[in-house]
Ligand binder design. Structure first.
Ligand SMILES: *[C@@H]1O[C@H](CO)[C@@H](O)[C@H](O)[C@H]1NC(C)=O
Length: 558
């Protein structure tokens, strides 16, 4: 990943301002430790912190078109940049960077080209010819982006909130799948996939179509000029990513440089379920597997840094981010700069346990759509910022645009949990990779049921966090929480504890509001309770409490 910061329309354009922009940009250096750049021009600044993955030697940013009238700062990977270069034959490219196509596409098509990009990205582009600028974020919000406004009339964009929160009067999370144009000063959605309307689709389930779409999604993400691996928890999703990646490594661009053995990584408390499951998958696939351990105390000690980096006080996100944050540091220390990861599958296929209670396919489908639309606030934010904290890039094949289109066009009756027909959660995905002739994974792994990430790292992790928070937050602190934090009031001592840390780093109200809370955070819970009143006893925000009713859900379903 990289870090971008751009500011337009500053009143003060002094050397001091330039120094300030450099200082703010350096708050994003963890995202891109390899090089920095700043282009300034009159009252406009475009800054970049680079993590070099494609064309490390010459792809430094900001990037330009031929006559340097268009300047662009990008955080992202454009997987179809070679095809796009083919279409831009009349243009002369300065670098081998996949992101340079953005400058030339704009030259060719004006503002309406974002849908042509296949990848994850956030970028800001300045057209000096008519002093206009645009900013855009990828379809699902895999990469983070914030927009802010200064009291002097300036407009700001940054990969992470910490680069603009001190200097902006107002700011917010930039909506995924949107483009901001200075022409009308507003955001509009460029991403308009068929599933957006939430109309119930009717395409019959075809396992091979789904399998091919996923294989393609993984293969295109093997585009890299640096060492990489797969985050392997041993659950279905990450195991499929590893299985497909290891099978196709030989045909990929990465192969000639990095060899045919895939590296896989797992973290947990000693003896945790994930470590055991991941080891088994790694042995089966023959990967070069790396196991990392952490202690509850090490996790607790990292919490302040974790919250500073991931910029949320959402309880489930913090619990799951901490092991990922610790693991990313270890992975980076091995010289690895990019990892594939399994986020998104649970949203697309209804993998969360409360989906067992969906009353009909219509509601099942609408809930999956809603979950995908909120990914940028939860798992995408976690995966991107926990890894970027250490200059590691995470790529998420389940959130490939084409794959989502295929998966979300399937008649949702196939995704519904149906014990009578042997269909457990995510059956359509499991079945698509159930190949007796050339198995991707052993059957018992392919059909293994869900272990929530934050629990899989070890059962005492969440208990340890809770115990620690209970010691830090008194009863009267919690009793008065609604006065201290009237917005998104924390309901537990653990939530209160995280909130206090968050407020220390991000004291402004605008920062608080970038985090989902109140009615929207309760939404999944609300849906679960709506579908089954007995869930109201399990208001723990993680899937963990749900695990308690896991068996019960099956008993009832019979
Ligand atoms: C500036 O020029 C580009 C490319 O021709 C065009 O798409 C854009 O709308 C123009 N912006 C303004 C503010 O006129």
């Amino acid at each position: 990943m990289c870090g971008i910061l751009a500011v337009f329309g500053c009143v003060d354009c002094s050397q001091a301002k330039r120094a300030r922009i450099l200082e703010l940009s350096s708050r994003l250096r963890h995202r891109g430790p390899d090089w920095s750049g700043l282009h300034s021009e009159e009252d406009c600044y475009l800054a970049h912190q680079r993590l070099a993955i494609v064309d490390p030697a010459s792809g430094d940013q900001p990037l330009y078109n031929e006559d340097k009238s268009i300047i662009v700062t990008v955080n992202g990977e454009i997987y179809n940049h070679k095809e796009l270069r083919e279409q831009l034959k009349s243009h002369k490219f300065n670098t081998g960077s996949d992101c340079e196509v953005i400058a030339h596409l704009y030259e060719e098509h004006g503002e309406d080209f974002v849908h042509m990009l296949d990848g994850m990205f956030s970028f800001v582009l300045l057209d000096t010819r008519n002093k206009s600028y645009i900013a855009a974020r990828d379809a699902i919000g895999i990469t983070p982006l914030y927009i802010g406004w200064g009291l002097d009339g300036s407009v700001w964009f940054a990969s992470e909130m910490k680069a603009l929160s001190d200097d902006c009067e107002q700011f917010m999370s930039f909506l995924p799948g949107h483009i901001y144009s200075s022409k009308n000063g507003g955001l509009r959605r460029w991403y308009n996939p068929p599933w957006w309307s939430e109309l119930v689709p009717s395409t019959p389930y075809d396992p091979l179509v789904l399998r091919n779409a996923f294989e393609k999604a993984v293969i295109k993400r093997l585009m890299t000029d640096v060492p990489f691996g797969v985050l392997l928890s041993g659950g279905l999703d990450s195991s499929l990513v590893a299985a497909v990646a290891s099978r196709h490594l030989v045909d990929s661009e990465a192969y000639c440089q990095w060899g045919s053995q895939l590296h896989t990584f797992c973290i947990g408390l000693k003896g945790s379920p994930d470590l055991v499951a991941a080891r088994e998958v790694a042995d089966y696939l023959g990967t070069r597997h790396h196991e990392f351990y952490f202690t509850v105390q090490e996790g607790i000690d990292a919490l302040e840094e974790v919250i500073y980096h991931i910029e949320t006080y959402d309880v489930t996100t913090i619990r799951a981010s901490t092991p990922m944050f610790l693991m990313s540091r270890k992975i980076k220390s091995l010289g690895v700069k990019m990892v594939l990861s399994g986020e998104g599958s649970d949203e697309i296929f209804g993998g969360y346990l409360y989906f067992h209670k969906a009353p009909n396919k219509e509601e099942f489908h609408e809930e999956t759509c809603r979950k995908i639309k909120a990914l940028h606030l939860y798992d995408c934010l976690r995966a991107n910022k926990s890894t970027s904290a250490w200059g590691l890039e995470a790529r998420v094949p389940f959130l490939d645009k084409e794959f989502i289109n295929v998966a979300m066009s399937i008649d949702p009756k196939w995704k519904m949990i149906d014990r009578d027909n042997g269909r457990i959660e995510k059956w359509v995905l499991r079945n698509a990779f159930d190949d007796d002739e050339k198995p991707y994974l052993p059957k018992h792994i392919l059909y293994r049921q869900k272990e929530q990430f934050s629990d899989g790292v070890g059962y005492s992790w969440i208990d340890g966090l809770r115990d620690h928070a209970n010691k830090q937050v008194t009863d009267s602190m919690l009793a008065n929480a609604n006065f201290v934090y009237p917005e998104n009031t924390p309901a537990t001592k653990e939530a209160y504890y995280y909130r206090k840390i968050f407020e220390k780093f991000f004291p402004k109200n605008a920062a608080r509001l970038t985090v989902p809370g109140g009615p929207s955070v309760a939404c999944s819970t609300a849906k679960a309770v709506e579908w089954d009143a007995s869930w109201s006893k399990n208001l723990d925000p993680s899937g963990r409490a749900a695990l308690g009713v896991h068996a019960a859900a099956y008993e009832d379903a019979k």
